[in-house]
Write a protein that binds this ligand. Sequence first.
Ligand code: PRF
Length: 376
Amino acid sequence: MDFELISTDSGSSARAGKITTAHGVIETPIFMPVGTVGSVKAVTQEQLRADVKAQIILGNTYHLYLRPGLDVISKAGGLHKFNGWDRPILTDSGGYQVFSLAANRKIKEEGVVFQSHIDGSRHLFTPENVMDIQRTIGADIIMAFDECPPYPSEYRYARKSMELTHRWLDRCIKRFGETEPAYGYEQTLFPIIQGSTYKDLRVASAEYIASRDCAGNAIGGLSVGEPEQEMYDMCGLVCEKLPVEKPRYLMGVGTPWNILQNIGLGVDMFDCVMPTRNGRNGMLFTWEGVINIKNKKWADDFSPIDANSTSAPSREYTKAYLRHLFVAGEFLALTLASIHNLSFYLELVTEARKQILAGTFAPWKAKMVQQLQVRR
Ligand code: PRF
């Protein structure tokens, strides 16, 4: 994997760059749609390519390992072959899902013992087997096994947890270095900063992660319930400690305005379930603000979902029609809302990149952060 830093904004820490992987190029800043089980919910790969213009999607180790399982993915020749997505893929390590989804999980030095949320079966994730599993899934970028402490966490717990994440990282790096890609193309490991909302822990974690000298770095443990300002403070702090010549990935963030603010702090990569999950509930993001498309006021609004959208469905279908699909419980509602929101998120980061390259990002961001939050 290669990262080229093309430009840094003069009025903020925002950056424009280019990541090159075995499955193609990613222009940063980028938003990565979440395809937990190997599918971005309600959206086909063709729609992701043509309408959303996604450059990279996410998969989850936890889900894919439980179902369909490594046998099937391995026989298919990896996740790209299995799901028909030939552009880059990143997999999260399960170090987050195991805490949010699994039952009876128990954290030990060795790893995490947990029960599947599907059938209750017992499993063990360790830094070593999570590297092996992600080799078999075959994503271009794979994530270290970490513990994401809840918010709020007491200082003592946050420190112990961060230290465990660091020890796990060293085991991940060792195993990753001892193993080969399963399908011939290069894979890259990103470590994850933790440290809850404690400044000294965040600084220590950022310095530790930076010292491991991986090809890219991630920021975990944020957007877990803390106030927005606290997320920005922590993110700004760690970005200053991370090497400039490597991409930075803020995990699980966030709203459109969160993304713009964090781009301004120096983040290059984002993922979040919000555009798809909230979309399936009728919440639409636009340049003019947030819409609840199920609201009665859209019942006879025959204007396009979004006249200026880069995606054809958002220009070709009306608000009244999409509202009708939601009220009638039609599956197409989920597809159209998901495509709309994802293409908006991709358009948001594409426009941010243009503004960075033009040197106009900071004032543009200040205006947009207000506008995007308006409830229409
Ligand atoms: N760790 C991992 N994945 C994550 C997170 C984390 O802390 C978050 C936190 N926002 C989202 N996804 N491995």
